[in-house]
Structure formats: C-alpha cells, structure tokens
Design a protein around this ligand. Structure first.
Ligand code: GDP
Ligand code: MG
Length: 419
C-alpha cells in the first residue's frame, strides 16, 4: 500500500506541473514542510476543479447534435437547461451548454452544416474555432464533402476532431424488419462504418476513425471507443475534468472515472492534513480538515450520480421506485456531513497505524513523519469511500436496468440513465 501511494505521488508529476512551481514543491516535500506542500497542492486542486473545457459539437442539420449535447450532460430533451431538439434545425449561433454539475465543462451546440455555399474557413471564423479544445462532427447520413472540409480545416489548426455517425438505431431497426432472415447487427454496423471511412478517405482524410452512436442509447455501440479516444487525446488536467463530468452510462466509463479520482486521493489527503488541520472529534490522534473531506466525499457522490437529484432523475427516467434504487446503496444515502466523515475516519483509523509505519519508510513521505497517522487514516478513508461509491454506482446501474431487460446490454454496458 505504501509503495502504491508513492507510485501515485510520482504519477501526479504531470498534474503538479500545474502548480508552476514544481521545484519549490519538491524542496518543501524534502524538508518535511507539510503546510508548504499543502498550500501548493491546494492551488493545484483548485486549478483541477476549475479547469475549463470547451467542446464544439458540429455536423449535419438534424443529425442529433442537440440531442447529444443533452445526453452527454445526463439530461433529457425536456429537462431544464437542455438544448432544443427537433425535426427543424434550431441552432443559429454557437450556444454554450455548461454541464449542470461541472459548469466549467461546456458543450457548444454549433450551427448545422447543410447549405450549398458552405466554406469551412468562413464557418470557423463565425463560430470562433480557437475557442474549442476539440470538435465532434456528427452526421446521420454519409459524410459529405462539406463535413470532410470541416475536418480538414480543424486539422489545419492543429486541433482534434472525432467523426460520429448517429441514428444507427434507425438503420438497425430498418434492417431487422426489412431483411429478417439475413439480419446481423454487426454486419450492418460494419457496413455503415466502412462506408463512412471510405467517403472521408476519398475527401483526403488519412486513416479516419468513425464512431457509431445512437443518441437515445448513448452508452451503446461505439461510445466507449469514442470516450477512450477523447480521454487519451486530452492533456492530463483537462482529462480529469472531462472524465468526472461524463454520464455514468457504462462500466468502462465508471472504471475510467474511478481511476482518475483514485490518483487524486493522494492530493486530497495531503491538503486535508496539511492545510487547516484540526483534531477530529472523538479521534484526537488524527488532525485534518473535515470540511474539505466532506466536500471530497460529496464530490464522489455527484460524479457517480449517487446524489439525491441524480437518483430522482434516474428513477423518473427508468420508472424504478426511488426507494428500491436507494436500497442497493452501501454508502451514504443522503448528503455527507462532517459527523459522518468523522465516523468513517474512526473506522479507517483501526488499521491505519500499521500503514503509517510503512509510509514512514517511503522516501519523501517519510519526511512527513509528524502527520503520518493522520495522512494514513485520511488516505485510507478516502480510498474506501471511493471504492464504495464505484460499487454503488455499478449496483445502481444494474438496478436501474432491472425493470426493462432491453436496457441491459452485453459487455457490462447499459443504456442511458442519468449522470
Ligand atoms: N432514432 C434516432 N433519432 C435521433 C437520434 N439523434 C437525434 N434524433 C432525432 O433527430 C431529430 C433531430 O435531432 P437534433 O438533436 O435536434 O438535431 P440537430 O439539428 O443536429 O441538433 C430529433 O427529432 C431527435 O429526436 C438518434 O441517435 N436516433
Ligand atoms: Mg440542434
């Protein structure tokens, strides 16, 4: 466990660059100056929590751009702050849609492409290309020359884009009903994918990737591949913001999110023990910032869709009674309080002292001897709470899919419940 923590410290190097003062941080660490380390990491955490991410959603008219902007934020088309959707293209100007829980992650619903006199450079001047971290280009039909031109223009500016072919549910339903004897879902999907790739190649794009989606069942088809690509291409601090904000629609998403938050526990534990530590009521040998830990645990509930608002929405979307969803939770069923955090710290302190002994033998952390037990207790409590949140999120998804067996998909994926 101790070496795992040390590894985790090292893997934070990229994140630490955010503090713009890595050398001072290293020196403070080596001198065992925990308050100095904590102060620097506090500003790192603050930057991580507030990092801005702008995602441009563009493509054909009526292709599902606005529906995607809603679904990726865990919203239905009729929820408050959802983008207007419908058979008529509604978006005239770029419209920002901040994530309801993480407002610095913004999805931009961009005007659709479909006029005869299209010019990619003009379009991007109008929507201000430089504003976006990356683009999603969506079409519900073949990729046209205009869409390929759009992609090439994005490339010219050194930005990433991802091509999405939407409404594949429609193709599958049609194929199943029209040609039932020879129907193969995989074959239909491969045909669509190959056609899209060929058309993009014919327009001069090299090795294009196309992701097949249904905006009505976002977790299905190629969503996990799309997510994997987007996450891989983002810088580390933006990657974390993006992952935390993703809707909890599939097991792979939950696992990626958990891995990113796990890397964070070290940062949170250091700051909680180093900045404003106070003895924990009923546990005087442990000193930490209970308020900060309460926020961290609330953050886990929100990110995994276990907070009251998300669970109520999920119950509405799936028709499952709320009390049945709540029954499967092992972790907190209501807002996290400081009293609960103190209780969890008490449970974690039982086996933390052996762990803190091991920690003291780890170079770097050994110099923080004065807070060894507090750090070990807090770290252990955070890791356990995170594991419980991940397991609760998985149970909730299974529970949410019970009522309608169609919702449960192979490969541990689920169709769309809320964020
Ligand atoms: N079957 C199906 N319909 C979709 C999908 N995505 C969007 N739609 C429908 O297509 C229409 C246009 O969607 P919208 O999001 O408004 O398209 P936009 O013009 O690109 O923003 C709406 O009636 C949506 O409900 C999808 O993946 N599958
Ligand atoms: Mg629209």
């Amino acid at each position: 466990m101790a070496s795992e923590v040390f590894q985790s410290c090292l893997s934070q190097c990229k994140i630490l660059e955010l503090s713009k003062d890595t050398r001072a941080l290293k020196e403070a660490f080596e001198a065992g100056d925990l308050p100095a380390v904590a102060a620097k990491l506090q500003s790192t955490l603050h930057s991580l929590e507030n990092v801005r991410l702008d995602i441009g959603v563009t493509g054909g008219m009526g292709s599902g751009k606005s529906t995607f902007v809603n679904a990726i934020r865990g919203l239905g088309d009729e929820d408050t702050n959802s983008a207007c959707t419908g058979v008529v293209e509604m978006t005239v100007d770029p419209t920002p849609y901040p994530h309801p829980k993480y407002p610095s992650v913004v999805f931009w619903d961009l005007p659709g492409i479909g006029t005869s006199a299209f010019r990619a450079d003009k379009y991007f001047r109008r929507v201000q290309l430089f504003r976006y971290d990356f683009f999603l280009i969506i079409t519900s039909e073949s990729f046209t020359a205009d869409l390929a031109e759009l992609a090439l223009e994005i490339l010219r500016h050194g930005k990433h884009f991802y091509c999405i072919r939407s409404k594949v549910d429609v193709d599958i339903t049609a194929s199943r009903s029209r040609r039932p004897s020879s129907f193969s879902e995989e074959r239909v999907l491969n045909q669509i994918r190959d056609d899209c790739v060929q058309r993009l190649e014919a327009q001069g794009l090299r090795d294009p990737k196309v992701f097949l989606l249904s905006m009505f069942e976002l977790g299905k088809y190629d969503f996990h591949l799309l997510e994997e690509s987007m996450v891989r291409d983002l810088e580390s601090h933006k990657r974390h913001a993006f992952l935390v904000a993703l809707p909890n629609i599939s097991k792979p998403t939950l696992e990626r999110k958990a891995a990113s938050l796990r890397q964070h526990t070290w940062l949170v534990a250091t700051v909680a023990c180093g900045a404003n530590p106070r003895p924990v009521p009923g546990l005087p040998e442990v000193a930490c910032d209970l308020h900060m830990l309460t926020r961290a645990l609330e953050g886990y509930r929100h990110s995994f869709g276990l907070d009251g608002g998300s669970l109520v929405r999920l119950a509405e979307q799936t028709g499952q009674p709320l009390h049945e969803i709540l029954q499967v939770l092992q972790g907190p069923k209501t807002k996290v309080t400081e009293a609960l955090v103190a209780e969890l710290l008490g449970q974690a302190s039982g086996d933390a002292s052996a762990f803190s002994q091991k920690l003291l033998n780890v170079p770097v952390l050994g110099s923080l001897a004065s807070c060894g037990l507090s750090f070990a207790t807090v770290y252990r409590m955070l890791r356990t709470s995170l594991d419980v949140a991940v397991s609760d999120a998985q149970s909730v998804l299974v529970q949410a899919s019970l009522d309608s067996p169609d919702r449960k998909l192979p490969d541990g994926q689920w169709s769309q419940p809320g964020a």
